[in-house]
Design a protein around this ligand. Structure first.
Ligand SMILES: Nc1ncnc2c1ncn2[C@@H]1O[C@H](COP(=O)(O)OP(=O)(O)OP(=O)(O)O)[C@@H](O)[C@H]1O
Ligand SMILES: Nc1nc2c(ncn2[C@@H]2O[C@H](COP(=O)(O)O)[C@@H](O)[C@H]2O)c(=O)[nH]1
Length: 204
């Protein structure tokens, strides 16, 4: 069996705290994941840096990437394209490194079809009221965009059953601990399967 990295997908509605949880996990010294930077046609927010937060693209550039098959998944979300670069993900997994995607649910569904062995975690808000409160407090979206994102959130929350795990983001540190534990448990499970498989091959 070829040793490959684990594909970890963190998904959930806008404003639930995916970015906050991901940044906290990546700031921890023992983190072994590689973050896949997404492509988007959304305009950069204040402080966002091209190649760090996203690869910012025009619609034409993005549609060209779709045509060339350069995206593992992509979705049109509230008027903008978002997508995951396929080469980076495949090359990093081949090196045996874990890849961490932070994406919305339409994209996560596509990844599940291509990587059924991935680990899919849904980050859930304590309530819709708190979700709205977080998007409003972040202060990055207009009232209209907040309404659109909240409408999308209701449909996204209905999809949480499709995930391997649901983690409620009430306290950031606890949500991070849970995500880390889920990943660790998945690695242990894989090691056990691998050992059993090797043993079986020895016997034959
Ligand atoms: N557990 C939490 N308790 C209170 N506030 C939180 C919590 N987690 C995140 N936040 C705040 O909620 C807001 C949204 O968080 P964040 O930007 O990480 O969400 P997101 O899911 O990545 O959003 P998007 O999908 O739109 O990128 C931020 O202002 C963040 O500081
Ligand atoms: N399907 C994908 N969704 C993505 C990707 N990168 C980010 N996202 C998600 O889009 C929404 C909106 O993001 P924002 O930065 O404009 O707030 C959010 O849920 C992100 O997680 C991607 O590559 N593919």
């Amino acid at each position: 069996m070829i040793e490959k990295g684990l594909l970890i997908v963190l998904s959930g509605p806008s404003g639930v705290g995916k970015g906050t949880v991901r940044k906290e996990i990546f700031s921890q010294e023992n983190t072994r994941f590689e973050y896949s930077i997404s492509m988007t046609t959304r305009a950069p927010r204040e402080g966002e840096v091209d190649g760090v937060d996203y690869f910012f693209k025009s619609r034409e550039e993005f549609e060209e990437l779709i045509k060339q098959g350069k995206l593992l998944e992509y979705a049109e979300y509230v008027g903008n394209y978002y997508g995951t670069p396929v080469d980076y993900v495949r090359e990093t997994l081949e090196k045996g490194r874990d890849v961490f995607l932070e994406i919305e649910v339409q994209g996560a569904k596509q990844v599940r079809e291509k990587f059924p062995d991935g680990l899919f975690i849904f980050l859930a808000p304590p309530s819709l009221g708190e979700l709205q409160n977080r998007i409003v407090t972040r202060g990055t979206e207009s009232e209209e965009l907040i309404r659109n994102r909240m409408n999308a959130a209701k449909a996204e929350i209905e999809m949480m059953d499709l995930y391997d795990y649901v983690v409620e983001n009430n306290k950031v540190e606890i949500a991070c601990e849970k995500v880390n534990s889920i990943v660790q448990a998945e690695h242990c499970r894989r090691e056990r399967v691998e050992k059993r498989y090797k043993k079986m091959l020895e016997v034959e």
